[in-house]
Design a protein around this ligand. Structure first.
Ligand SMILES: [Zn+2]
Length: 569
């Protein structure tokens, strides 16, 4: 957005709040609020009025923000009142990068992420297989072998004896690798003779036989033959996800890589009035022609459901050693990682991006390794050259390992860094062994991004990481790795303040989906999406932020989650 437009927006919002606060108390023209929240410690994320005590809601929008006395003027006979008892009220969290259906399915499936050994991993799969109906697949899992000792990649030999008839295909937590058992390998026709596809690897033993582990594009061998999700299972998964989001104060999500059938489920729930989080859906870029045909452009839709973005993949992940770097991995001197199958050849990606941009669609590209990011910046620059300057809000998802030379370019192209702070305290446990100290110093470089004028949008990549915003805030302000080895922060110079972290999670994410005038702050005229928190995050020890809970979640003026009995008339 151009600076002049920011000023215009600022003036509009200030005028609106002046008009609202200037209305006489008790005026007969004053409509009564549907909801008042009072005695709150409000952090608005609105620079024109950073703090307040009370807020009035009319229908689905915020009508007024101010002191308890000012807001009392909105109190009518039928106004619902939430007594906040001095608790912190924030704008609802907007998670800029989730896999919402995968998350819902994971809530239902075998849990492998916290297994602390290969034996425990195998035991849980055996236990689940024993009660899985014949013919049904055993999927999900989110295993993480870095939590085992020794941290060896699992093989099918661990699970074959207990899964003689059940097809198993359990994913690594980063989604870039999965383990198949022999039943699944047979169904997919994967043998020693199966070649590695472009952008993928069939992991093999010393004799060249598949171990069951498949990386990136090689997973498609299985996905191509796996039964697709039924509408019923998909709907159930979304309902699980919505309830989970509400309980955590997540009022908006940006769903990366949805199937079109997921969007159909959202529409169905929207029509039933059961969509309790606002969705922006970004299907994969190989389907660009579908959206170009519709001629819809970015952020098309209504307050609860929008489309018009596309998700692309430049490379893999650090954990799977498939993120694409200029220099080889420190612990694998022969490997720079892998470009994704969408990048073979790069001109294929360029053509798709050009098409998307010409149609006004927003591009969100997963890029993790420094060279992967650099190539995407090259492609973005080519688009600007070809189509001219515009408010297109390019995004790079993850933007994990930056080359020093690319920060300026990132800012000049107005690219949004859509980042997941939890990954930093998770990967921070072992990242340096894989990429060395120098590259690690530019890993999740939040402070350097801000210093260069790059906008941040916060998210989690759920279900790759937990959806809980308190963990993300905690990660951004402490950078204390999960293993407890960096209590003062891993590369502490990259820590953010709490205010900066909250802004990235609310206004930053709203901007990343072209919705900064509709949500992201507690401002008159905006959608009434707010969360009441158990603790004053600004007053407690930073290390305690992760234990804070969301007491009440309000979406469009409606309470969608409530633990405390705060309601009264
Ligand atoms: Zn993701």
């Amino acid at each position: 957005m151009k600076k002049t437009r920011w000023i215009a927006l600022f003036l509009t919002l200030s005028a609106l709040s002046l008009w609202v606060s200037a209305r006489p108390v008790g005026s007969q023209f004053q409509p009564a609020a549907d909801l008042i929240i009072r005695n709150a410690k409000i952090w608005t994320v609105d620079k024109t009025r950073p703090t307040a005590e009370a807020v009035a809601v009319l229908g689905e929008r915020i009508a007024a923000v101010g002191s308890n006395d000012e807001i009392e003027a909105w109190h009518g006979a039928h106004t619902r009142v939430i007594e906040a008892e001095g608790k912190l009220l924030l704008p609802g969290f907007n998670d800029s990068h989730v896999h919402f259906v995968d998350g819902g399915l994971a809530l239902d499936s075998v849990q492998l992420n916290d297994a602390t050994s290969a034996e425990e991993f195998a035991r849980r799969i055996a236990e689940r297989a024993a009660r899985t109906p014949r013919g049904e697949w055993l999927t999900g899992g989110d295993w993480d072998e870095t939590k085992w000792n020794p941290a060896n990649m699992p093989t099918k030999d661990l699970i074959d004896p207990t899964t003689p008839t059940t097809p198993v295909f359990v994913s690594r937590y980063d989604g870039h690798m999965a383990l198949a058992n022999s039943v699944t390998l047979r169904l997919a026709g994967i043998t020693a003779k199966t070649p590695d596809p472009p952008g993928g690897v069939v992991v093999r033993d010393a004799q060249g036989n598949p171990t069951g582990a498949l990386k990136d594009a090689a997973m498609d061998y299985v996905y191509n033959i796996a039964p697709s999700l039924s509408h019923e299972r998909r709907l159930r998964a979304v309902q699980r996800s919505l309830a989970h989001a509400a309980s955590l104060g997540v009022t908006s999500v940006q769903h990366m890589n949805p199937d079109y059938a997921d969007i159909a489920v959202y529409r169905e729930l929207l029509q039933r009035g059961e969509l309790t989080a606002r969705i922006y859906a970004a299907p994969l870029i190989p389907s660009v022609d579908d959206q170009v045909k519709l001629g819809i452009g970015h952020a098309f839709g209504g307050p609860f459901l929008r489309i018009g973005a596309l998700k692309a993949y430049a490379d893999g992940s650090l954990g799977s050693a498939t993120a694409y770097f200029f220099d080889p991995y420190s612990n694998q001197p022969g490997s720079h990682g892998l470009l994704s199958d969408e990048m073979h050849p790069i001109s294929l990606m360029q053509d798709r991006m050009m098409k998307a941009d010409a149609a006004g669609l927003q591009i969100c590209t997963h890029a993790i390794g420094d060279q992967g990011i650099s190539i995407i910046l090259d492609l973005y620059r080519e688009i600007v050259k070809a189509h001219g300057e515009a408010d297109r809000r390019f995004r790079i998802e993850h933007a994990q390992h930056m080359a020093a030379k690319d920060f300026d370019r990132f800012a000049q192209l107005h690219v949004i860094a859509s980042v997941q702070p939890y990954h930093a305290i998770d990967d921070g446990r072992w990242a340096e062994q894989r990429i060395g100290h120098d590259r690690a110093s530019r890993t999740y470089p939040f402070r350097t991004f801000l210093n260069h004028g790059v906008r941040l949008a916060f998210g989690t990549d759920w279900n790759v990481a937990p959806l809980n915003p308190m963990l993300t805030l905690y990660a951004a302000v402490t950078r204390a790795t999960l293993d407890g080895k960096n209590p003062n922060g891993w590369f502490p110079e990259q820590k953010l303040t709490l205010a900066e972290a909250i802004e990235a999670y609310t206004m930053g994410s709203a901007y990343a989906e072209f919705q900064e005038t509709e949500k992201g702050s507690i401002t008159p005229g905006k959608l009434a999406d707010m969360v009441l928190i158990s603790d004053d995050l600004f007053a407690i020890d930073l290390a305690k932020i992760r234990d804070a809970k969301v007491l009440t979640t309000i979406v469009g003026g409606k309470t969608v989650w409530d633990t405390a009995k705060t309601d009264s008339r």
